[in-house]
Write a protein of this length. Sequence first.
Length: 490
Amino acid sequence: MPDPCALVVFGVTGDLAKKKLIPAVYDLGNRGLLPPGFVLLGFARRDWGDGDFEQLARKAAEQHARTEFREDVWRRLADSIKFLPGSFDDDNAFDELDRTLVELEASHGIAGNVAFYLSIPPAAFPVVLKQLARTGMADGSERSGWRRVVVEKPFGHDLDSSVELNRLVDSVFTSHDVFRIDHYLGKETVQNLLALRFANTLFEPVWNSHYVDSVQITMAEDVGIEGRAGFYDSAGAARDVLQNHLLQLLALTAMEEPVAFDAEALRTEKHKVLGAISLPADLELSTVRGQYEQGWLAGERVKGYLDEEGVPPGSTTETYAAVRLGVETRRWAGVPFYLRTGKRLPRRVTEIAVIFKRAPHLPFAKTDTVELGNNQLVVRVQPDEGVTMRFGSKAPGSAMEIREVSMDFLYGSAFTESSPEAYERLLLDVLLGDKTLFPDHEEVEASWQVIDPLEEFWQGRIPQRYRAGEWGPRAAEDMLARDGRTWRRP
Ligand code: BG6
């Protein structure tokens, strides 16, 4: 159970707050994981009182919470919901926030503990951080309790801007009080990757270049940009997903065993992997950028990217990115890691597929094994959370005919309790001060070092087109075909 505390959310009327943060707070309350002295304080530029914010929060919880909506849980939470109107450059509003936090010590017993959540556009980070510094609100040593800050991705736009952002954040908060959120690390199935690898003996002996042919990491979405043109068009798929979620998945797949399951040990191993990533020599042949055109998805006609509201005419931003990376360590040398992500692909699926080499020798007639592919171990991050193993098996009958089969572990049927949402887990960790599942700034910078050369190479190039509802541009298939491989069809 966390200490009594206040969670101050900047940008509380935004999509992230409504769809993820407020529902996660409700779910934690419903599970009895919020301390008695907990306050949710929204800050936004609205002429609102506590009641208006309570209404918004209630609707968000009713619509998006994972757990059942219960009136008694809500009543308890509603008593500790506060709202402060103000713009980020308004000194008076921040002075008022400071006063309110002091008052909450007496009225709600928050004991000076405050987490500030920056659910705001990156351009607004500096002004909010400066306000927190100016008022002294960021400084836990001046107050009785702890002060933490949660920074949402994107952490900068490239290496330089991320170094600059880190410098700014670190000048206001002490580094162990800074929580950078990559919500993929809060997903149960992503943490399960560590359990799978390091709690068992079965997989680790074959988890290397002697047995592994290649690794494919896919994050596909059927949705488009969902009204986020302003942000998305200046980012693109590589900055939005490859730089963070996919590289974190790669790091967890490829890293060595940490000496403990704690923040320090995990980070040490992730740093090593991220620092060992190599880009292919020929970026033309080993990277693909795409942009969706109008097409059909689930029986519905959907717009092309250029027709989405707010996208500038002729935009060359990519909505699909694929790349082949290497990991230059003894364990992985020579094994390609293929990463891909895209919007408006046929379905929503995230998975890590470890594809094994073919058996060096098959004591069967050639015709017996025509239907045998490479063995695969697939971590299904979402949906249908679980793990699949694919291997050859004798088909029933008098002939020795070997066919590929699947063995499945499904979270939904193996466990009775459902998994917490990523934000639920991560918010709780922020309040508990546990940084195990949060990337540090060195990881973020190492990830930009991988992405920057790609962005530089892509600069000024027109992305390849793909029709909404297809698995990305043709060039992505060609990229793997040149290596004698094909993408998995998840
Ligand atoms: C976010 C990206 O980080 O992740 C979005 O900015 C994307 O573009 C989202 O849609 C996907 O998250 P999830 O948890 O639904 O896979």
